[in-house]
Design a protein around this ligand. Sequence first.
Ligand code: GLP
Length: 239
Amino acid sequence: MKVTVTQNYDEMSKAAYKIVQEVLKCQNPILGLATGSTPLGLYALISEACKKGDLSLKHVKSVNLDEYIGLPKGHKESYRYFMDTNLFDKTDIDKSSTYVPNGNAEDMQAECDRYNSLLNRMRQSVQILGIGGNGHIGFNEPGTPFSSVTHLVDLQERTRQDNARFFNSIDEVPRQAITMGISNIMNAERIVILASGKSKAEAVRAAAIGEVSEQCPASVLQKHPDAVLIVDEAAAELL
Ligand code: GLP
């Protein structure tokens, strides 16, 4: 895995944007997208460029990593809402070409199977990732088999606490999510993993130079032929 250390968050976002720009030049680009605060700077750069007419997403399809289970449609913390408001609605992307797992499906196993076959038909030209404080990618918590495909997960307490800042209280944070599996992520042609801030330093260390182990899901990226970790100085502190 290649590691790029940038001075700060803005530079991290710019470095990721450059890669996205390059990928968008390919014939039928498929963007694998992530939620969380980390990719917001990248999404702002994409939105800005679309607004100026420097970039178009008309020919682009996207697949998202994950979604909470059970949040009502249109809930402000659902990942579909996050993607619509932070990226899709600010660009010219055809919304019917944007895919996020359905966290309200009646039959969750059928939804996992549906999303998985979608991913088998739509290989990500690039997969954007953030990293959880415990090394999770998507919602693949420590201990998830590297061979996993789209599945339902019980969120770990640390993850619920980390994400509680977006909700009124921890009780409102969903206990389950649907996520692409690790093998779906590893299937991407390219992977860009972003991290910013001191709170990610230990997860970044384990992912980049720790033992490749299912205990740190992000460490699997060391085995990907074209993965780049772009981190700011604070997140790179332990490298
Ligand atoms: C959530 C998401 C992950 C994301 C992580 C880190 O758990 N499912 O995809 O990478 O949070 O979020 P943040 O970027 O806000 O630190």
